[in-house]
Write a protein that binds this ligand. Sequence first.
Ligand code: SF4
Ligand code: SF4
Length: 64
Amino acid sequence: MAAKIDKELCCYCGGCASVCPFSALELKGTYVKCDPEKCVDCGICVKICPVGAIEVKGQRGENK
Ligand code: SF4
Ligand code: SF4
């Protein structure tokens, strides 16, 4: 399982990486990498992203 990050929208704030309880997300300079081995599709990162750049299980967050 994995969170999909829209690179066009992501502003590299690092918020998603800091809230993921499973340390599945890692901010690497100008992109966020999701480790599919660690991600459990909980959706917490979807809610925290300020620009709605993350999609998990077909659910996308809002641009706040
Ligand atoms: S869906 Fe949950 S486990 Fe997967 S990257 Fe987001 S916060 Fe982490
Ligand atoms: S919370 Fe959203 S904007 Fe911030 S690094 Fe993650 S995907 Fe990018």
